[in-house]
Design a protein around this ligand. Structure first.
Ligand SMILES: [Zn+2]
Length: 496
């Protein structure tokens, strides 16, 4: 039986205002080619780098969120190699002394802890373009010098599913921290997989294969699945896996050989002479700690404890920050609306009922509406119903001030135009019929016109009562309370 061992190496562009070692704007994606460059990031002789403090803080923030130790003393190094997108001929990076190490990230759905070996900071390279049919390539240095975090995991992962969940959860953490857009399609987050297969009980790992440039979570998963199958076939027929770097071919959905071990670089690392050592004081660490927001894992725990929501609903809220903010605002407003009835002493089981009501409407009705309108993410600014109005709508349902039929008419009205639900109800004449005489009149008419159902009811067929209630509700255009209608009906039928 073969077992796969997988480690990840993930590069993350930080969303700082300027680049890592100069003042150029950090906007590699939008700007025209070679617009955001200066002597430092284009590698001119005599230019000197300076360290971007914001990048250091954002890296530390990430490290703390991922339970890493942050070294008080570390330094930058030069990683020497030649490549056309690297104007200096070396990259400023960290090797011997990464300033963050020994952390972990928990996979929420699979309940597994993945250890993080290190997170260090370096600068990104430029970007090469190969125009189709041309016998030349173009280079754009806008990205050269953009702050780049490199995160390396321990080889704790075993399956494609775990890889996908790790990348997904990491992306979420980075977005909660607001340290990176973490958009894989834009290259703001880039994933490499190291994978080897060996007998389950073997003492050593198998031969390591590296897969580079995986630009989406789905692609990372597919590449791992493909590679496990490929290596299994090789080993099962008695051959050896070659240690190499492979790429991912999107159209063919296969990995392919890019370079083998022989062409591996010797980077000749040495301390960067133009930069001072990095000193992180305990004061700075505490200062950054204080700015950490609630993290996805903490939010999951809080939503389970405070709102008793199911796992699926919690995931929806944790993955959509603006939607969960809206939900919490609605619950708080709704509690205010309803608390009056309980002299500001809302019993906890009533609070849970309100939460359930709000969650149901937001998870089902609201999501259906967004899907119909092709809106991928909820944003309160673009949404017509304010949390206050939504809460009022829900309080009307909870307090029985509107029937479910009126609620079904009212919600689409609010979704498309917004507005105060009580105002809409009075404008449309949808107030509940509370006049008993009026309901009795309708009940009498329905009994007279449905002798078959009346007979069935008297023979003991309880479904007939539901039918008759439905008829009265239709007659009053859904504006009577079904419980009141039911009681009057029963009284009339028993008198008959
Ligand atoms: Zn620059």
């Amino acid at each position: 039986m073969l077992k796969s061992t997988i480690g990840l190496e993930i590069h993350i562009e930080l969303n700082t205002k300027s680049k890592m070692f100069c003042d150029c704007p950090n906007e590699s994606w939008q700007a025209e080619p070679n617009k955001n460059i200066c002597p430092t990031c284009s590698g001119q002789p005599g230019s000197l780098p300076t360290i971007n403090q914001e990048a250091i803080k954002k890296n530390i923030k990430t490290a703390l969120a991922l339970n890493c130790q942050v070294a008080g003393n570390s330094f930058f190094e030069r990683k020497n190699y030649f490549y056309p997108d690297l104007p200096k001929g070396y990259q400023i990076s960290q090797y011997q002394a990464p300033f963050c190490k020994n952390g972990f990230l928990e996979l929420p759905m699979l309940n597994k802890k993945i250890r993080i070996e290190r997170i260090h900071l370096e600068e990104d390279t430029g970007r090469l373009q190969h125009p189709e049919g041309a016998d030349y390539s173009l280079v754009d240095f806008n990205r050269a010098g953009v702050p780049l975090m490199e995160l390396v995991t321990e080889p704790d992962l075993e399956t494609a599913e775990e890889v996908k969940e790790f990348v997904k959860e990491l992306k979420l953490v980075l977005r909660y921290l607001n340290v990176s857009g973490a958009n894989m399609e834009k290259g703001e987050m880039r994933c490499e997989v190291n994978i080897s297969l060996a007998e389950k009980l073997a003492a050593k790992f198998g031969t390591k294969v590296e897969i580079k440039n995986l630009n989406s979570i789905a692609v990372a998963g597919s590449a791992v699945e493909y590679e496990i199958t490929r290596q299994t076939e090789i080993l099962e027929r008695g051959d050896k896996v070659i240690q190499e770097t492979r790429g991912w071919h999107d159209k063919k959905a296969i990995t392919f050989s890019q370079r083998d071990k022989e062409s591996a670089h010797d980077y000749r690392y040495f301390p960067e002479p133009d930069l001072p050592p990095l000193k992180i004081t305990p004061e700075l660490l505490n200062e950054i700690k204080a700015t950490l927001p609630e993290l996805p894992s903490q939010k999951r725990a809080r939503f389970a404890q405070e709102y008793h929501l199911n796992k699926q609903d919690i995931e929806l809220f944790v993955n959509q920050k603006s939607l969960s903010n809206y939900f919490e605002e609605v619950v708080s407003e709704l509690t205010n609306w309803v608390s009056e009835k309980y002299q500001d002493n809302l019993p906890s089981e009533e609070f849970q009922k309100l939460v359930k009501l709000a969650a149901n409407y937001i998870v089902t009705d609201l999501q259906t509406f967004l899907k119909e309108k092709n809106i991928e993410f909820f944003s309160e600014a673009k949404f017509k119903i304010t949390a206050e109005n939504f809460a009022e709508f829900l309080s009307m349902i909870y307090l029985g001030e509107i029937s479910s039929k009126i609620a079904k008419m009212l919600l689409p009205e609010m979704l498309s135009k917004g507005g105060d639900p009580s105002q809409i109800i009075s404008d449309k004449g949808w107030q509940m019929v509370s006049d008993i005489d009026e309901i009795e009149k309708a009940v009498k008419e329905i009994i007279d016109n449905n002798s078959k159902a009346v007979e069935d009811y008297q023979k003991g067929k309880s479904a007939s009562l539901q039918f008759l209630i439905g008829q009265v509700m239709a007659k009053t255009k859904g504006k009577a309370k079904p419980e009141v209608v039911g009681e009057i009906l029963k009284r009339f039928l028993n008198e008959k």
